[in-house]
Design a protein around this ligand. Sequence first.
Ligand code: ZN
Length: 335
Amino acid sequence: MTTPPLGTTPPRPSGAGEAEAVGLDVGATKIAALRITRDGTVLARARCDTPRGSAQDLVATLADLVKQVRGDRVAAVGAGLPGMVDARTGALVFAPGLDFARAPLRELIEEAVGLPVRTDNDANTAAWAEYRLGAGRGHDHMVLVTIGSGLGCGMVVGGRLLRGSHGYAAEVSHLVVDPRGPRCECGAYGCWGVSASGRAIARLGCEAVAARPASPLARLIGPEPSGAGEAVTRAAGEGDPEAAGILARVGALTGRGLAALANMLDPSVLVVGGGPISAGELLLGPARASFDRWLYSPADRPPVPIVPARFGNEAGAIGAALLALEELAGRSPAG
Ligand SMILES: [Zn+2]
């Protein structure tokens, strides 16, 4: 991140009647909770492992986290969920990282915590955090792409989150960015999610190690493939040319995907988040060059900046809390 996430500040009086919200970010392995004010100041944080088991187990864990960070002024709870969330009911319809399917999570969390709850896809909530308070602030047409182990995307169009008819919009993982790329679970080759994600960086790192087991990068990655993606990003930052080449390749494919989104949506900024962004220009430079190559008629339109996200791994929770607060205040952020 070029700008650090907002830090924790000691609890302070935040104006008479100023509401606060709790944001939850449910990942496949970890859950983050925080309490924020409307301006994004984080007042409390808690974290735990994602429970294995039923939706009821998850809800009990979420209720416990809310209890840990909750203060007197909390008026709503927002939750970013790792899958398809029904925009009408707030139910989690499908989440590849969780063991259960189709759970009325908004309803269940409301019952458990006794507060109004809003649920949404975690990439949507992260995009909302960047739009409201981060790198997309002031841009009513913006896209956030997050390079996690897979690929997340949220889109703001005309100052509203783009959710589509049911809540399932902005699923860009299966957009083909590399026709000669690896096979995706969907059956196609070269989908964005398998070609230019954290998983892709790890795979390319492991392939490089297999091809040149005596290289400096091989010594950094070691025999275990877990953590290979992080090792590649770190090595690139430390000047390893092979690792930099991997990030350049992933950056170029990212730029191709971003160009496709810009051709569709005509945003005024594109925000890129996720762990590999810590490599900065090693990833973003090739992304920009490729973006210019694939954007339709770039000379005839204003430049579209490709910028790093402001918020790190707290974007999902912050955006979920902001969405919950804004909805409570009678504002309709949903598209
Ligand atoms: Zn696919």
